[in-house]
Design a protein around this ligand. Structure first.
Ligand SMILES: [Zn+2]
Length: 408
């Protein structure tokens, strides 16, 4: 089939006015001006989207759909540690079926906002087999915590991998340095470079306080639940993760969420890191917690690939990456809208090692496409970032999808 639109934004060259995309099965086979594409593929069914801009589907690089049902349930807390207590209290009320419902509602909402690929962390990988046909492309990351039983790290990784095998795309997510042991991180890295890894690192001031100073509310809380605290009081979270001084040989598969709290010595260390990992920033969750300013430009200049994610609805109000782009734009107005759009397309595609299949509209790439209204007043990318509705039209893996409002 051929999909025509007033403008096609390919992220692979300049936007194409009166553009068209030829799709065969799950792939894009041709992109160009409508007259040329339709001449080359004559006889194909034409979907004319009219006054719309056709875009690559968006990619959410960090999310926890488990907690979609916690939207609005946790008011802003005095501290990050209080938020952890509050979410734990909410989680204790939920059953496995509640989580399945929550994840399904999250998929539906993400799709409404034009997300066609999601990196989703789940604390319940055993539920994945109840979610066989996800409506959007999903990388399932098993979130692992061994703080209460560090002797079971190896077993937790093995169990997670067993559950993840029912998913097409998967990875592992040792939760954070304060909840996952060094041994657990090592076990995850030992699964090999083919398995993507993600973790939360240097997210809050309290995490910095705990590891660098050996004090503060998070430190006290983790101590009270029996965490061994011998790694606290000496190093920043980044130093601990990288193994300072000098850093260790880091596998190339790490996608690091947050990095809000970095010292000057951390930046010196980041300069020396040869395997430049991927970084996910969640602007609205960042604002909710009032973390220190995220240093996106400094990290980008050091060679790190910056992506955007929504994080969970326990610290955000929707799963819209458009809203995430706007929140980023408010804090970093000097970054061009086109660069911001890269953070939800080509950059996360590369973090998921899909730079040759996702994030662009190009021959051979997966046919994951979305359309939004096109007014063409001024800057096209500015208009895309400013879009605040639900998408009009969506195609995932070559199939047009119906968009139903199932959440709200
Ligand atoms: Zn997270």
């Amino acid at each position: 089939m051929i999909v025509r639109a007033r403008v096609v934004v390919t992220m692979d060259g300049a936007p194409i006015k009166n553009g068209a995309v030829a799709v065969s099965e799950d792939r894009v086979v041709n992109v160009g001006k409508f007259p040329e594409v339709s001449a080359r593929h004559s006889g194909e069914k034409i979907i004319d989207l009219g006054e719309q801009v056709l875009l690559p589907g968006l990619i959410n690089a960090h999310c926890h759909l488990d907690y979609t049902c916690l939207r609005g349930k946790i008011s802003r807390q005095k501290s990050f540690t209080d938020w952890i207590r509050a979410i734990n209290a909410e989680k204790s009320k939920l059953s496995p079926q509640d989580y399945v419902t929550s994840i399904n509602e999250g998929f539906a909402e993400a799709k409404q906002f034009g997300t066609t690929t999601i990196a989703n962390l789940t604390a319940f990988p055993e539920l994945i087999r109840h979610l066989p046909d996800t409506p959007i492309r999903t990388w399932w990351f098993a979130e692992l915590i061994d703080v209460r039983s560090p002797e079971r790290a190896k077993e937790f990784v093995a169990l997670a991998i067993e559950s993840l095998k029912s998913a097409q795309n998967y990875g592992l997510a040792p939760h954070a340095l304060f909840t996952a042991s060094k041994n657990l991180y090592q076990r995850c890295e030992e699964t090999g470079n083919d398995v993507l890894l993600t973790t939360h690192l240097a997210e809050s001031r309290e995490e910095m306080q705990m590891f660098r100073d050996g004090s503060g509310p998070l430190c006290e809380f983790m101590n009270s639940i029996g965490r061994p605290m011998d790694d606290c009081g000496n190093q920043t979270p980044l130093e601990l993760f990288l193994g300072a001084p000098g850093g260790r040989a880091l596998p190339t598969c790490w996608i690091i969420a947050h990095l809000n709290e970095l010292t000057e010595s951390d930046f010196e260390l980041l300069e020396k890191v040869t395997a430049k990992f991927h970084v996910v920033h969640s602007p609205r969750s960042h604002d909710y917690f009032d973390h220190s300013p995220f240093q996106s430009e400094r990290l980008r200049r050091l060679g790190f690939n910056i992506c955007l994610g929504t994080d969970s609805l326990a610290s955000n109000e929707s799963l819209s990456l458009f809203a995430e782009m706007r929140a980023f734009q408010r804090s970093d107005p000097e970054i061009s809208p086109q660069k911001i759009f890269e953070m939800v397309t080509v950059n996360p595609a590369s973090a998921l090692r899909q730079q040759n299949t996702l994030g662009r509209i190009s021959p051979g790439f997966r046919a994951d496409l979305i359309a939004i209204p096109c007014r063409e007043r001024g800057n096209l990318f500015g208009e895309i970032v400013a879009f605040d509705g639900e998408v009009d039209w969506i195609m995932v893996n070559g199939r047009t999808q119906s968009i139903q409002s199932t959440c709200g």
